[in-house]
Design a binder for this molecule. Structure first.
Ligand code: CA
Length: 422
């Protein structure tokens, strides 16, 4: 077992039990302090650890890793060194911060250089995303949308149970948690009237998780479904902001475009796949049987609790959705195998989002479109107001965590405040 995955491991950094970042997590991100350039970092509890400085001080000297990969404004170069090395770095960090290891614990000079209170640093976009793909892999979500917009008796289109449906999204507008989101403008089509141009009236979130590709392929190569995890570095929370009125008018026949491409928000810490091993669960039984290239052996789903809160300006937040990443009909490995089955190459830093994650209970629906059932069931807020979709001034907050044997591993927060259209 990896050292960092040992549930008994304790750190000399104080961590409250509700923290998403115990010593077993060790995610990777990018920080900036007031006096220093961007650098690769990790976090334990509410202490951020500057890995560039740690590397320069020689703590990874025997790990055969070029320390320049930490002196970057994204984790792409670090991911590209490959899993044997990135996992060795993760284990070394676990050792250094272990309760009984005095090496760094008792070196005040080094600690002053590498440790920062999380409140004193700015988290930057962790990954330089080359290509972004959005899947549509929650059966409940696809069924809900199909029921609302097409036919309750044929909610799933004929391809849905045979392949993980997806589309190529826009990488340039993926932003890190905390970035304000401008309400988009575009073309909409009122019922029984000509199209109009203006600010979207139906701005929505989509509760998703995204995986980050950590290993490239060559054009022409396909990733085997049962080796796909070798290509997945880790995961983050992902809000795939959607303008439903723009989307509804534009999406036929080629799919989402401007209703999606104005922004997506990602959480700042990429949790490595191996940190989530304890949360693996069986996926859904797939019927009809899938084609051989999509047949996954083993537990390919993850029991990760997900929630979405809306916080109006100067008002307490309200949790409007409680879902789980295990509600995925198609798992990540199937998504990646399908993505590459035609020979399409993938690159380090590519991001693949799950699609909106909804469960069977109405409280688990992962978008306002479903929670308010197309605006027919408004959601009550603490200040007495109601929401059918997201208002200007609202902050949407997503959280995600797994918990087993008393160890909680989480993703932090994925937040974005909506600003009025210009
Ligand atoms: Ca989506």
């Amino acid at each position: 077992m990896l050292k960092a995955n040992n549930p008994e491991l304790q750190s000399w950094i104080a961590v409250v039990p509700t923290s998403d970042f115990p010593i077993q997590n060790i995610p990777f991100g990018v920080i900036q302090t007031a006096d220093k350039t961007a650098r690769v970092a990790t976090i334990i509890g509410d202490v951020v650890i500057d890995l560039q400085t740690l590397a320069e001080l020689g703590y990874f000297a025997d790990l055969d890793i070029d320390t320049s990969v930490f002196a970057q404004s994204n984790i792409n170069a670090f991911m590209a060194v490959g899993k044997p090395t990135t996992l060795a770095v993760r284990d070394r960090i676990a050792s250094l911060f272990e309760l009984n290891n005095a090496t760094l614990r008792d070196n005040e000079e080094h600690k002053a250089k590498v440790l920062h209170a999380v409140s004193n640093v700015q988290s930057l976009m962790p990954v330089k995303v080359g290509d972004y793909t959005d899947f549509y892999s929650s059966r409940e979500h696809a069924t809900n949308v199909g029921t609302m917009f097409r036919d309750p008796n044929n909610a799933l289109l004929p391809n849905w149970l045979h392949l993980p449906v997806g589309y190529h999204g826009r990488a340039s507008s993926i932003v890190v948690s905390g970035t304000e989101i401008r309400r988009p403008k575009g073309q909409q089509k009122p019922a029984d009237a000509a199209p109009v141009y203006g600010a979207s009236k139906l701005l929505d979130f989509e509760l998703e998780m995204a995986f980050v590709v950590g290993k490239s392929t060559q054009l022409g190569d396909s990733v085997d479904v049962n080796k796909a995890e070798d290509y997945i570095f880790g995961l983050a929370l992902f809000n795939d902001w959607s303008a439903r009125d723009i989307q509804k008018w534009e999406y036929v026949p080629l799919g989402p475009f401007l209703g999606k491409s104005f922004a997506s928000t990602v959480s700042p810490w990429i949790v490595v796949l191996e940190a989530l091993d304890a949360f693996r669960v069986d996926g859904y039984e797939q019927e009809p049987e899938v084609l051989p290239y999509l047949k996954y052996e083993g537990k390919g789903n993850y029991n990760i609790n997900l929630e979405v809160a809306i916080q109006p300006e100067n008002v307490e937040e309200k949790v409007v959705c409680r879902s789980n990443y295990k509600y995925m009909y198609w798992n990540m490995s199937q998504q990646l195998a399908h993505h590459t089955v035609n020979g399409c190459n993938i690159n380090v830093g590519d991001m693949c989002a799950s699609g909106t994650i909804s469960g069977t209970e109405p409280s688990s629906f992962g978008s306002m479109l479903e929670l308010s059932w197309r605006g027919t069931k408004p959601v009550d807020m603490p200040d007495g107001s109601q929401r059918k979709f997201i208002n200007d001034g609202d902050t949407v907050i997503m959280r995600g965590w797994g918990e087993v044997n008393g160890v909680r591993i989480g993703f932090g927060e994925c937040t974005g405040k909506v600003l009025p259209a210009l």
